[in-house]
Design a protein around this ligand. Structure first.
Ligand code: BG6
Length: 505
């Protein structure tokens, strides 16, 4: 069989603490921003008359956060219970191992280690939990890849310091990262700093714990409102925090590697008009910007004009430029879900869209039930472009399809749509490797059903393992294996060579 995947290719899946662990107030864990992310359903959207059904804005305003503390019974906050992985990790890892996983991307909940984010001593119970998880993964030969900050910031840092708007949070983050590197030295070989760092532009609360000043309504936290000064300052502070963490890891554990994480949005011009292609360039710059800084170690030339035009002044400390230069990542990781379409906006200076799903539909590709464009060829294009630009090894830290699943009377889930999605994306990944791109792993997003990041829904399922639990946390919590479980298992066993869907389920 013709196979191009490297022998030790890391096949596996990706998760985040706030979307799986639950146990939000157990064993000394402090409150995190994600504990205040409410459920958004199509009903909520209708009631609130939102402008765009695809924009995730379950982030809370200050007013809502205060009400959630006083009247939690009035709110549905699913990330507080997740899928209870905190208690079921052994059983769940066993099921993941059953698919032949080589890697499991997960994150550490900062407030489980430092309940307020800046406590004097770490919480031993928190450290012990991840020791147990890593040991359990190693038992099955699964390598953990750990994101230090994946969309949950200790609430204390968000409330008191506006999260990453403040350098205080940068210092707290570096201490947190250092604690992890020292404690888990030898157990974790792959680290990532911030999940989808570019998401700050659309979700500053979720990504960076920034509660926008004067926010009275959830829409105040949404991408359409500028606040560019605050957003880009928080981005800068995360760049510095990330670079400092890179430097710490290299000093503490030279055998470990550390990467970035970019939500890669591949863009196409709507037409052959030069203007649409100029818009494409603008939008691309706003995506490249993040990895340019994290991988090349300096602000790219094209941001200067944008900052000047928008009167954005990034406050830097004297050593920041040096820190960025010295703290470049060892490898690149991307989440890849979709492609965008760009149409000229009539301006000669770029303006970031900052939105998740573009409103211009590409008639050539289908969309998921949640309106996310499905474009496997875009993955090949993007991998080539990234490799061409950075010449660093790439890991696909997320790719997947959120869909409604139906369980038959005899407990089966025939998720051929998920199999098809996986098949087509791995096919294009294979083509990219044939093109010469250095990709060393692929993690399916949410291999076990989990709580959605954007909407906090459980019904937006990504998993190959089904969990009998609804949006409100009701159900038996029983785990069932979907058809895709057996498909992915076979695919991994053949090291990506066998993509045929001939599963007898
Ligand atoms: C990425 C995030 O943006 O997309 C994940 O890193 C998230 O945390 C995933 O779950 C899918 O998004 P959603 O909103 O469907 O959960």
């Amino acid at each position: 069989m013709d196979n191009v995947f490297p022998k030790n290719f890391l096949w596996g899946g990706a998760t985040a603490a706030n979307q799986i662990e639950g146990a939000w107030n157990v064993d000394g864990r402090g409150p995190a921003t994600s504990d205040y992310a409410r459920l958004i359903t199509s009903e909520t959207k209708k009631l609130e008359g939102t402008f765009d059904q695809h924009v995730p804005h379950n982030a809370a305003s200050l007013e809502m956060i205060e009400d959630m503390d006083v009247h939690p019974e009035n709110w549905t906050l699913p990330k507080r219970w997740g899928i209870d992985f905190y208690h079921t990790y052994k059983e769940d890892i066993k099921l993941l191992a059953g698919m032949g996983f080589k890697v499991f991307r997960m994150s550490i909940s900062w407030s489980r280690i430092f309940p307020n984010g800046d406590d004097k001593e770490p919480n031993e119970k928190g450290l012990e939990f991840y020791d147990n998880v890593f040991d359990e993964l190693h038992k099955y030969g699964i390598e953990p890849m750990v994101t230090i900050s994946h969309f949950d910031i200790p609430m204390h840092l968000a409330r008191k310091y506006h999260g990453f708007l403040s350098r205080y949070t940068v210092d707290a983050f570096v201490r947190y990262a250092e604690t992890l590197f020292k404690h888990y030295k030898g157990k974790v070989k792959y680290w990532l700093t911030f999940n989808e760092i570019n998401n700050i532009l659309s979700n500053p609360y979720t990504s960076a714990g920034v509660i926008m000043s004067g926010a009275q309504h959830p829409n105040d936290c949404n991408p359409y409102l500028g606040h560019w000064q605050e957003k880009f300052q928080a981005v800068h502070n995360q760049f510095v925090a990330s670079a400092l963490a890179v430097k710490k890891l290299h000093a503490i554990d030279p055998n470990a590697k550390i990467g970035n994480m970019l939500c890669r949005l591949e863009n196409y011009a709507e037409s052959t008009k030069p203007e649409d292609n100029l818009q494409l360039l603008f939008e691309d710059h706003f995506n490249w910007f993040f990895t340019d800084v994290q991988a090349k170690g300096e602000y790219p030339y094209y941001m200067e004009r944008f900052f000047k035009h928008n009167h954005i002044h990034i406050q830097m400390e004297p050593k920041d430029k040096q820190i960025l230069r010295e703290g470049t990542v060892d490898f690149i990781t991307i989440s890849y879900y979709m492609t965008y379409v760009m149409r000229y906006k009539g301006k000669s200076v770029a303006e970031p869209t900052g939105r998740l799903v573009s409103d211009i539909k590409n008639p050539n590709i289908p969309r998921s039930e949640w309106g996310w464009p499905i474009d496997p060829i875009g993955l090949r294009i993007t991998l080539n472009k990234i490799y061409d630009r950075y010449h660093l090894p790439i890991f696909i830290s997320e790719n997947g399809l959120g869909a409604m699943d139906t369980v038959t009377e005899n407990g089966k889930i025939y998720d051929d749509y998920r199999i098809n999605y996986l098949h087509e994306h791995v096919y294009q990944l294979r083509e990219a490797i044939k093109d010469g791109v250095d990709v060393f792993g692929y993690a399916w997003w949410g291999p076990i059903d989990l709580v959605s990041s954007g909407t906090s829904q459980m019904s937006k399922r990504y998993g190959m393992i089904y969990i009998d639990q609804d949006d409100y946390g009701h159900g038996t919590k029983k785990r069932l294996l979907k058809k895709s479980y057996y498909y992915y298992k076979k695919l991994i066993a053949s090291n990506g060579a066998d993509l045929e869907d001939n599963i007898d389920y």
